[in-house]
Design a protein around this ligand. Structure first.
Ligand code: NOJ
Ligand code: CA
Length: 600
């Protein structure tokens, strides 16, 4: 490593690992910034070098035997995460909520969900996270609140209530034939089936809810709403949290005039709702009034935003967000809500396009799983007994060596798999149940087809409890049952077993994280796909100055003798998922699902 770069990186690390429970006290100057010193054109920042791990609190670890994960449970597992090597924890919503959408419907933004514990438990968890030199980002869910939030309770009570304009109310279209006397104000669909408008008898008007009926959309055009949001952000930042993952943030500014969607727009309502006329103004205001005063990271869940539009949200000269989640890669195996088979060249083309579209001012993220998607190894790999382990390791290799800050989802590091759902009653997710009513109970889709698709796609696949050990309920809870059933494969797939096995997915992931941490080329280096059209091999380089890394992965179950393009002969094998030692040759003999990282 060049001495200047080594110095810069250690400077960044020094500032990023200040021990203790140091609060994020407002400071206009970001201490991690080294003005004017760039790495490969990029401004070095701690969140560019971080590996993020997402916790879905309901399913991570139960401390009191009620079958529901909680904050004390998380605190008890922080050493596990520290040993894995992750830098940042993203905690899915931990706020007071009636749980219509498992916490993505918030009743009180300043209170901890009672099932998860109390504020003292949050403070304790944060203190231990900081002691371990990790960071915490929390979920900011402010496109909508719960209908049980006091703002909405007030808002619905009368048309002249001071909170009326906190939400989006419209009169219906008169229709004597309809039971309420009205039709909804326009044809907007909800993401969770049915109309996005709900008639409220108290004032005979409709309110807008892009998601569930119990998730009314906030009116961001009201400056008081923005002020409330900025205040609650400061509340958590002043406690010391290190930033936010922002739920469906591109849809906070509603389309001008709320006119009907065209037939074409109805095929992708997320796109039609996103990028409203004031979205950038509101994000810029949020950055100016709140984020710029703290050393924090932000990542927006960018539903409806194209790759081409991404720089408008994350270019560091615009002062809006640091990063967004773009879903092109995650959705390569689906068509809307339907599962479809996918081809490796399509996925590779997406990563190349990312490298082309996002320049040194627009930092990327890399992820293929979260709480809204099926399990990584079942979705993009092969969860059969013969290939689950190599395949989970291959996917980890890709996620931790690609461009962008990697986001791992809980259980990915164990190679956890989809759940064998049988009937609709096995599912908890409101989205799955609403669509069942709208599609199966109306005979638009057969029950068999619906369930077959849901088994692949359901979000509940990712929400089954973490598998900690081989004891009953996988060590997730000491109680007799858990809120969502434990995957029956927990006796084979669990953390205790993997920690004791040096060849496990857990230890391989640990090695990869350590490799990324000590290898600036894997963070700031250029990306080049060496063989974009190859149907089963993904071979790419990451290059930073004189440091060249080659990642080669065989996505097929068949072995192959693969000749590297240009006769490249990588000299040094850095990491391999199947124990190979092959190096110094341009023809690699790869087994099925084999992944290797070379330096050359
Ligand atoms: C996106 C979240 O990730 C998802 O879980 C939730 O259902 C919707 N936003 C609504 O908040
Ligand atoms: Ca509990």
């Amino acid at each position: 490593m060049r001495p200047v770069r080594a110095f810069l990186i250690s400077l960044v690390l020094l500032f990023s690992t200040v021990p203790g429970v140091a609060q994020n006290s407002p400071s206009p100057a970001n201490p991690a910034r080294v003005e004017g010193k760039l790495i490969n054109g990029y401004e070095p920042m701690w969140w560019k070098e971080a590996v993020v791990y997402q916790i879905y609190p309901r399913s991570f670890k139960d401390s009191n035997g009620d079958g529901i994960g909680d904050l004390k449970g998380i605190t008890s597992k922080l050493d596990y995460l520290h040993q894995l090597g992750v830098d940042v924890i993203w905690l899915s919503p931990h706020f007071d909520s009636p749980n219509a959408d498992n916490g993505y419907d918030i009743r009180d933004y300043r209170k901890v969900m009672t099932e998860f514990g109390a504020m003292a438990d949050f403070d304790q968890m944060l203190a231990v996270i900081k002691k371990r030199h990790m960071r915490l980002i929390i979920d900011l869910v402010v496109n909508h609140s719960s209908d049980e939030h006091k703002w909405f309770v007030e808002s619905r009570s009368s048309k002249d209530n001071p909170y009326r304009d906190y939400y989006i109310w419209r009169p219906g279209k008169p229709n004597p034939a309809s039971p309420t006397g009205f039709d909804p104000p326009n044809n907007y669909p909800s993401f969770f089936s049915g109309s996005a408008w709900q008639f409220d008898p108290a004032t005979s008007e409709y309110y807008l809810h892009y998601f569930a009926v119990k998730q009314p959309d906030l009116n961001w055009d009201n400056p008081k709403v923005r002020g409330e949001v900025f205040d609650l952000m400061k509340f958590w930042l002043d406690k010391g949290v290190d930033g936010f993952r922002m739920d469906v943030i591109p849809i906070i500014s509603k389309p001008a005039g709320l006119r009907d969607l065209t037939a074409d727009e109805l095929k992708n309502p997320g796109k039609a709702y996103a990028n409203g006329p004031h979205m950038h103004d509101y994000l810029e205001e949020m950055n100016r009034r709140v984020l710029s005063k703290y050393d924090v990271m932000t990542v927006g869940e960018a539903m409806g935003i194209s790759l081409e539009q991404t720089p408008q949200m994350v270019d560091d000269r615009r002062h809006e967000l640091n990063m967004i989640f773009n879903f092109d890669a995650v959705r390569v195996n689906r068509d809307g809500r339907l599962w479809k088979s996918w081809a490796l060249p399509d996925l590779k083309a997406i990563y190349t396009k990312h490298a082309e579209e996002l320049d040194v001012h627009s930092w990327d993220t890399v992820f293929l799983s979260n709480h809204d998607n099926p399990r990584l190894v079942s979705s993009f790999g092969d969860d059969s007994p013969a290939f689950r382990v190599p395949s989970a390791k291959l996917l980890a290799t890709m996620l931790l060596t690609l461009r962008g800050t990697p986001f791992l989802y809980q259980g990915d590091e164990l190679g956890m798999t989809n759940y064998p759902f049988k009937t609709i009653d096995d599912f908890n997710d409101i989205e799955a149940h609403n669509a069942y009513k709208a599609e199966v109970l109306t005979h638009k889709v057969s029950e068999e087809d619906y369930l077959a698709n849901l088994r692949h796609m359901s979000r509940d696949n990712a929400r089954t409890p973490m598998q900690w050990d081989a004891s009953p309920q996988a060590g997730f809870t000491t109680g007799p049952s858990s809120w969502l059933a434990v995957n029956p494969n927990y006796t084979q797939i669990n953390a205790a077993q993997e920690i004791s096995d040096p060849a496990s997915v857990y230890h391989y992931t640990q090695h990869l994280i350590a490799l990324r941490h000590k290898t600036p080329a894997l963070v700031y280096g250029d990306f080049k796909d060496l063989d974009p059209r190859h149907p089963t091999i993904f071979a790419y380089t990451r290059t930073l100055g004189a440091d060249h890394y080659l990642v080669v992965m065989n996505f097929s179950a068949n072995s192959i003798a693969y000749s590297l393009p240009g006769g490249l002969q990588p000299a040094k094998l850095v990491l391999a998922n199947l124990g190979s030692t092959e190096a110094g040759t341009s023809t690699l003999h790869l087994q099925g699902r084999e992944a290797r990282v070379y330096k050359f």
